[in-house]
Design a protein around this ligand. Structure first.
Ligand code: LLP
Length: 425
């Protein structure tokens, strides 16, 4: 039996021929909880976090987990208990953080379209910082804060115009992007912010993109940000913290992203060299904390030889794992039980009525109806982007901790999907 390479997932391994997450066999979990089933390793998440913590040892730095990557409450609990703050982008995410035991002072609020209602709520709970993305937002936030009798702590998200060398849909720091305030307008925006009665300027931030596998774009963004900090402070506006966003990539296939501690060694050296080494640092990682900690277990429904291609139809689909359909993203797919059957080349597809509903193309697999497969690197931007398309309930989720298994989300049933709909009279 050939050894299968399992990318970037230290807690995923075959014991004999059976795929395990930590101490638990995925086949047992599928039997007990059904499929499709997301399975996460707590140890993997904490190991990913530890790499950042090592990188920041001895520095004033705080990690704000970007929960858009995976916002399930138990996942948030893992990070809250490990001392993380949270980067939110909606009022819904704010309530999730509170429900998981986070506090207002642990939260920073990013996003281009915050509503006055969301701003009110965030001020009410005393959030740590708003990452403001436009001059228009500055005005509204100031008004909301004045009404509430307070001053909103703000950082401006600057668009440093560097190319993160990643997929265009997840590049956010280029000139043509809807995100952030253009680098050339940033000083003016800071001066406006400092003059508004409802605002208190505390920092600066950027986020240049996601699934970044090179150090260069981060160094370029940092240089551009430090130039601005110098100019803003020369104008008499102190910048207490520098937030470099998230974006560090993970291994899906053959990528070789720098480990978080190595990345930060380089960035800290640059900060030191430019005399900013003692600044309060903040980051907003999402994918790199959870992506390789999760797999999605799915059952083969049918094997279907086609005229040009062979299809392996599984019970997980684009509503559960939207990344292949949205970004042509690659996720490795491996058998939950290795066999000696001869492999065949398949497109692995789901039951949704769309040609775009594929999970993997041209994959060599030995698969029969009833077999289980695991879609790897499924911890980030899978469950949090899942939908009910084709009225398919969202999958169940379990968190593995050593030999312990916690069900953290029940499978969504039809009654739940229909609950908020109303029939005509
Ligand atoms: N901060 C901000 C302001 C962001 O917009 C994002 C992600 C993050 C932090 C976290 O980035 P990360 O460390 O996870 O790369 N759905 C896409 C990814 C979208 C990323 C959106 N913003 C995917 O599945 O590849």
């Amino acid at each position: 039996m050939s050894a299968v390479q399992l990318p970037g997932a230290p807690e995923l391994h075959y014991r004999g021929d059976s795929l395990h997450v930590e101490e638990v066999a995925l086949a047992d979990l599928a039997r007990q909880h059904g499929t499709p089933l997301f399975v996460y390793s707590r140890a993997s998440m904490l190991a990913a976090l530890a790499a950042y913590q090592r990188g920041f040892a001895g520095r004033k730095a705080r990690i704000f987990y970007a929960l858009k990557a995976n916002s399930s409450l138990a996942i948030l609990q893992v990070f809250a208990r490990a001392g993380c703050g949270f980067d939110i982008v909606s009022g819904g995410e704010l309530e999730r953080v509170l429900a998981a035991g986070g506090r207002g002072s642990d939260i920073i609020f990013s996003g281009v379209g915050k509503t006055p209602g969301e701003m009110h709520r965030a001020l009410d709970i005393g959030i740590h910082c708003f990452n403001v993305e436009s001059e228009a937002e500055l005005e509204v936030l100031s008004e909301v804060a004045v009404q509430a009798g307070t001053r909103a702590p703000v950082s401006l998200r600057v668009n440093p115009d560097v190319n993160p060398l990643t997929h265009p849909y997840i590049s956010t720091g280029l000139k043509g992007s809807k995100f952030g305030i253009a680098h050339k307008n940033a000083l003016r925006a800071y001066q406006r912010a400092a003059s508004l009665p409802g605002l208190r300027v505390i920092g600066i931030d950027c986020h240049i993109g996601s699934q970044i596998t090179h150090v260069g774009p981060y160094l370029d963004a940092l240089d551009r940000m430090l130039d601005l900090v110098t100019a803003i402070e020369a104008a008499g506006i102190p910048i207490a913290h520098i937030d470099l966003g998230g974006g560090l990539g993970i291994v899906y296939n053959e990528e070789q992203p720098p480990p978080a501690d190595a990345l930060w060694q380089r960035l800290l050296a640059r900060l030191d060299a430019r005399g900013f080494g003692d600044r309060q640092l903040m980051i907003e990682p999402g994918r790199s904390l959870v992506g390789n900690a999760g797999v999605c277990v799915t059952e083969v429904l049918y094997v279907k030889p086609g005229e040009q291609k062979n299809f392996c139809v599984v019970d997980a689909a684009m509503n559960d794992l939207p990344r292949p359909a949205m970004y042509e993203a690659y996720h490795q797919i491996v058998p939950v039980r290795q066999t000696t059957l001869a492999p065949v080349v398949y497109d692995v597809v789901g039951p949704v009525c769309e040609s775009g509903d594929w999970l993997g193309r041209d994959r060599k697999l030995a698969a029969r109806s009833g077999d289980l497969l695991a879609v790897l690197s499924a911890g980030a931007y899978c469950m949090s982007m899942a939908s009910n398309y084709n009225t398919r309930g969202r999958a169940a989720e379990v968190l593995v901790d050593g030999a312990q298994v916690h069900l953290i989300r029940k499978r969504e049933d039809v009654a739940e999907m229909l609950r908020s709909e109303l029939l005509l009279p």
